[in-house]
Design a binder for this molecule. Structure first.
Ligand code: 13P
Length: 252
């Protein structure tokens, strides 16, 4: 039985002080209504330290929104896995569609980052995949997902793959208010799980958690999260309000 995992991707929202407040509301909400799911919050880099302090002693884990594949060096504007680990980060989102669309993220850079995150057990990557509307409508969806998954996992051993999480985020569902239907999401999650079985084996494919992301909210969470291959959510907009984020978690 896979433990569900919910991650709030706060994207480029909230100052450090605002992030601290939101993290506190999440921690207090979960104290009042504990969950068996794993819960992660991913604030902006400048808020990581302050949010880490708020999360100390709580079950909520800290995540980051990206990282570089080198440990250090002349990479202006970038941050390394070791730096993230040093402030208490456990999970790192890699290959988000916004990174792919606006910041030249490719399957190769996703793979480099994932291998670095996993090296020496530094961080657990949340590997994002998803098709655009055009790709879906032209019948390319499975090919796109397969290429992204194969690319992300190139050279990653089964023992390391067990520490990864996949987020299926159809690009057309992100921030649009238009979520994938439970049937649409389930069929892609099943496709990804079968792909993992062919890349590794059943024990890996049955263990790796696959989150759904894209306009997930309390109103649609129950039907999406009750699908057999949906193991939680990567949540954008709704994670910026503690009540909505907690509402999604509570419906699992
Ligand atoms: P929304 O929940 O705002 O659609 O964003 C999803 C997302 O991109 C999470 O990474």
């Amino acid at each position: 039985m896979r433990r569900k995992i919910f991650a709030g991707n706060w994207k480029m929202h909230k100052t450090a002080a605002e992030s601290e407040g939101l993290a506190r509301d999440v921690v207090e909400g979960l104290r009042a209504h504990p969950t068996s799911s794993e819960v992660v919050v991913c604030p902006t880099y400048v808020a990581l330290d302050r949010v880490a302090a708020v999360l100390t002693g709580s079950p909520v884990l800290l995540g980051a929104q990206d990282m570089h594949w080198e440990s250090q060096g002349a990479y202006t504007g970038k941050i390394s896995a070791d730096m993230l680990q040093a402030v208490g980060v456990t999970y790192v989102i890699i290959g988000h569609s916004e990174q792919r669309a606006y910041f030249h993220e490719t399957d190769e850079t996703v793979n480099r980052k994932a291998r670095k995150a996993l090296a020496g057990g530094i961080l657990k990557p949340i590997l994002c995949v998803g098709e655009t509307l055009q790709e879906r409508e032209t019948g390319l969806m499975e090919k796109v997902i397969q290429t992204q998954i194969r690319g992300a996992y190139a050279g990653i051993a089964a023992s390391e793959a067990l520490h990864t999480v996949i987020a299926y985020e159809p690009v057309w569902a992100i921030g649009t208010g238009r979520n994938a239907s439970p049937e649409q999401a389930q069929s892609v999650h099943f496709f990804i799980r079968e792909l993992l079985a062919s890349l590794y084996d059943r024990s890996v494919s049955e263990a790796v958690r696959i989150q759904y992301g894209g306009s997930l909210k309390p109103e649609n969470a129950l039907e999406l999260l009750s699908q057999p291959d949906i193991d939680g959510g990567l949540i954008g907009g709704a994670s910026l309000k503690a009540d909505a984020f907690l509402g999604i978690i509570a419906s699992s």
